[in-house]
Design a binder for this molecule. Structure first.
Ligand code: FES
Length: 104
């Protein structure tokens, strides 16, 4: 199932958070491509969408852990926290669509 997040109008290097109730998603645009991770950092719950993009990483604003935007891997601080769950986004007719598993 897919749900519409809004207009796919992010600039390169921009992050945007979407609060979906029981889940929050952080979308990034990198070199024209949209990528997404869960927004609540698995370290201490800060919102990754308040951080910054560095290369292909999103850097958490609270303790600077960098997560790979393709795999969710903790790329900067192994052992500090886990990898971050990823999310699947696509663009359809200028709208940002999030792939959601049934029941999640
Ligand atoms: S809450 Fe994200 S690195 Fe600590």
């Amino acid at each position: 199932m897919r749900i519409e997040l809004g207009a796919a109008d992010l600039e390169d290097g921009e992050l945007r958070g979407y609060d979906l109730g029981k889940r929050a998603v952080c979308v990034a645009r990198v070199k024209g491509r949209y990528k997404a991770l869960d927004d609540w950092c698995n370290h201490a719950g800060c919102l990754l969408s308040g951080g910054r993009v560095e290369g292909n990483l999103v850097v958490c604003p609270c303790h600077e852990v960098g997560f790979d935007l393709d795999t969710g891997a903790n790329a900067t601080s192994p052992g500090v926290c886990d990898d971050q769950p990823t999310a699947q986004v696509s663009v359809e007719a200028g709208r940002l669509m999030l792939e959601v598993k049934e029941g999640s």
